[in-house]
Design a protein around this ligand. Structure first.
Ligand SMILES: Nc1ncnc2c1ncn2[C@@H]1O[C@H](COP(=O)(O)OP(=O)(O)O)[C@@H](O)[C@H]1O
Ligand SMILES: [Mg+2]
Length: 474
């Protein structure tokens, strides 16, 4: 059993703060399956009084019966579990009557969406329980937790939800940040960590499965490239849990992983019509698997969108595993491994862009960045141009123009990229002070280059590593 518990200091501080308040709490915790919600909550309630209940997709009656047993255990009164409760309201009302003293208790309903699935009305019931009983107490911390991001955001937190406006706190649990990944594979170099991050993201359940003695690609082979391997099956299992008919979604995700980023391109590749792709895309967005960028200088409402798979695990899986399932089934995973190794730097260039954006926002720069993102546009002569990262300050008087390169740059490369950046900047319709920046995997003789061209900020993995491991708060 893995005893490692990594990070989550912010989340625990948030929960502790809520716990200390002298009023009833209704806290909503959600986030992708395997992200570490249950682990976090169990860590939080350690050394506290609590009732933990994992909801089941069985029947409301069975859930009530099992919850009653948990409550009885907490109360230390077996007879409580023998009562026939008519419904959830009855159960909670009775529980509060049986509970003596004002000792605070945390009640966790984990995977609350399972209850909603078997009975839509359960949200209204909990609204009533909250309004009439729990909210009037100071000894109850009710935590509703769930992995179905769509259901948590719509049915629990959404403005149409009966519980809307009731929650006293909410937290979306997200991936572990880059530096924390090292805790799972302490001997890995920074570059190896990035490679790994590209395949697994910061999902603790996957990181736990790593063998720290194996190299990156050995771990990838072990976890993905064999029939029955844990992360080989995982992506489809997750989709099946969230979607009734995952087939078309898989086609779309595969197209995205191949680098098709516009609705029209995806429609062409998949053979689905554009309206359908848009609809599927909305659902994938709601599930937090997919997101999109818009040109950073344009109004956010612009129709120009480039979609991408947010989750590194899904991105990796749909790029390398899904298209090669037949080979893996035939026990020819080695061939897939060779393909991955040959292509991996192309894949990493996508992963690295996201990391670079994060990095730029972490370091101190001569410009205070208000907004930053990709920018693409067509010049009046019809030329299509793109800037990896364009950032600007609040009054749009200062800009930073960044090129991101997952490769080793020589002095001549730096000069060429710098020139190209200047050229693009002159074709942008902006005025103000411009800063140029290149973020690369490696820059040969970086310090002497910086001396020679002083107008461009240069960073490579050594700088990233320093920043991430000095602050430890990516
Ligand atoms: N903070 C953490 N540090 C180390 N391992 C973790 C952490 N959070 C989760 N894990 C591992 O990931 C697994 C899945 O986490 P879990 O809490 O069950 O996810 P969720 O409830 O979000 O689906 C756990 O069994 C545990 O092994
Ligand atoms: Mg869980």
């Amino acid at each position: 059993m893995n005893q490692l518990f990594v990070d989550r200091t912010e989340e625990l501080a948030f929960l502790e703060e809520k716990y200390k308040e002298n009023r009833a709490q209704l806290i909503v915790i959600y986030g992708r399956r395997r992200i570490g919600k249950t682990e976090l909550l169990l860590k939080f309630v350690k050394n506290k009084n609590y009732i933990y209940f994992l909801c089941e997709k069985t029947s409301p009656q069975l859930n009530i019966l099992k919850m009653a047993r948990k409550m009885a255990e907490y109360l230390g009164k077996k007879s409580f579990a023998r009562i026939q409760f008519a419904d959830w309201e009855d159960l909670f009302r009775e529980f509060l009557e049986w509970k003596t003293g004002d000792e605070k208790v945390v009640i966790i309903l984990d995977e609350f969406p399972y209850l909603i699935e078997i009975d839509k009305g359960v949200v209204s019931v909990f609204q009533k329980i909250w309004d009439e009983y729990l909210s009037k107490r100071t000894d109850i911390v009710l935590i509703l937790c769930g992995s179905s991001i769509g259901m948590m955001e719509t049915d629990v937190l959404g403005y149409k939800s009966p519980l809307y406006g009731r929650r006293t706190g909410q937290w979306k649990v997200t991936e572990l940040k880059l530096p924390y990944i090292k805790s799972f594979v302490p001997s890995y170099t920074f570059t190896e960590l990035l490679y790994l991050y590209g395949a697994l993201g910061g999902v603790p359940a996957y990181l736990c499965k790593l063998d720290p003695k194996l190299k990156v690609f050995e771990n990838i082979e072990k976890l993905f490239l064999r029939k029955g391997a844990e992360l080989y099956e995982e992506a489809e299992n997750l989709l099946r849990q969230e979607l009734r008919e995952p087939r078309n979604y898989k086609l779309i995700l595969e197209a995205l992983a191949e680098g098709k980023r516009r609705i029209s391109e995806i429609a062409n590749t998949t053979g689905l019509d554009k309206a359908a792709v848009s609809r599927y895309m909305d659902t994938l967005e709601l599930l937090d698997i997919v997101s999109y960028e818009t040109p950073v200088l344009e109004k956010p409402k612009t129709k120009k969108r480039l979609y991408y798979i947010k989750d590194n695990y899904f991105n990796f899986w749909f790029r390398y595993i899904y298209p090669n399932k037949d080979l893996i089934e035939e026990k020819r995973g080695k061939i897939v491994l060779e393909e991955i190794i040959a292509d991996y730097n192309n894949y990493m260039s996508i992963v690295f862009e996201k990391i670079a954006k994060d990095f730029v926002l972490k370091i101190s720069l001569p410009i205070k960045i208000h907004k930053i993102g990709r920018h693409w546009w067509k010049t009046s002569k019809g030329e299509s141009l793109e800037i990896d990262l364009l950032g600007f300050n609040k009054n749009k008087k200062e800009y930073i123009i960044v090129e991101v390169k997952w490769s080793r740059l020589k002095f001549s490369d730096v000069k060429r990229i710098y020139k190209a950046l200047i050229n693009k900047a002159t074709k942008l319709n902006i005025s103000g002070k411009l800063y140029y920046c290149i973020i690369a995997k490696e820059i040969e003789n970086k310090d002497s280059i910086s001396g020679a061209i002083s107008n461009v900020l240069l960073f490579d993995l050594k700088d990233l590593e320093k920043v991430y491991f000095s602050q430890k708060q990516l």
